[in-house]
Design a protein around this ligand. Structure first.
Ligand code: HPA
Length: 234
């Protein structure tokens, strides 16, 4: 047990999928895994371990934002030995070519700041995805026929953004979408020598104002879980 995770040693698989929402973790585990066991419910942050095609997988909520994800990812890596960590979440589209429901594979994650800033200080570290996971996820998405974009995203500290000028610069520089967790996941994976990737569904669009209706979120979320699982065990 750690401060924030009640799982026993051995309860957590080497491969961990991290949705922001703990109820998404529950849905994904019940939908895609077999022999599912609840392994954490401290503070309502649900984590489940089961098997997918015979491979052990944990699906654990990360909460919203990099400080929350950092707590869970640190404990999963340092105390439970997680080796492969894949964020599965939503993002806002930032390019005309990116449509609501499309999937984005985050090759890099830019930010204004992350919880690792205290370590990096003046150094502008470039957080990037693990190549083997990125390649496998791109191949899985292509095989499924899911419209998918691979490139840079922006990990923001705020959902309710007050810097339209900055968003304009991001769009101008090819940033595909905005979310709030991937950059710190990539920082931690780099620091500890683990594999990480963020697989994101575009749930809303900053340029068009379009948003995915709630009844269609489940299907898009399911495609993303399958892509993440196939990438993890490719
Ligand atoms: N901003 C930040 N995070 C998000 C968004 C957004 O528009 N959509 C989904 N996650």
């Amino acid at each position: 047990m750690t401060i924030h995770i009640g799982a026993q040693p051995g309860d957590i698989a080497e491969t961990v999928l991290l949705p922001g929402d703990p109820y998404r973790a529950k849905w994904a585990a019940e939908t895609f895994l077999e022999d599912v066991k609840l392994v954490n419910e401290v503070r309502g942050m649900l984590g489940f371990t089961g098997t997918w095609k015979g491979n052990r997988v944990t699906i654990h909520g990360s909460g919203m934002g990099m400080p929350s994800l950092s707590i869970y990812a640190n404990e999963l890596i340092r105390d439970y030995g997680a080796q492969t960590l894949i964020r599965i979440g939503s993002c806002g589209g930032m390019q005309e070519s990116v449509k609501v429901r499309d999937v984005i594979l985050a090759m890099t994650a830019s930010s204004i700041s992350t919880p690792s800033r205290g370590i990096f200080k003046e150094f502008q570290f470039a957080p990037c995805a693990d190549w083997s996971l990125l390649k496998a996820a791109a191949e899985a998405a292509e095989a499924k026929g899911t419209p998918t974009h691979v490139g840079g995203i922006y990990s923001s500290d705020v959902f309710y953004d007050e810097r339209p000028d900055l968003n304009e610069q991001m769009t101008r520089h090819g940033i595909l979408g905005v979310e709030m967790e991937a950059a710190e996941l990539y920082n931690l994976a780099a620091r500890h020598g683990r594999r990480a990737l963020a697989v994101l569904t575009v749930s809303d669009h900053l340029l068009t104002g379009e948003a995915l209706p709630s009844d269609q979120r489940e299907k898009s979320f399911g495609d993303m879980v399958e892509i993440a699982l196939q990438a993890a065990f490719a």
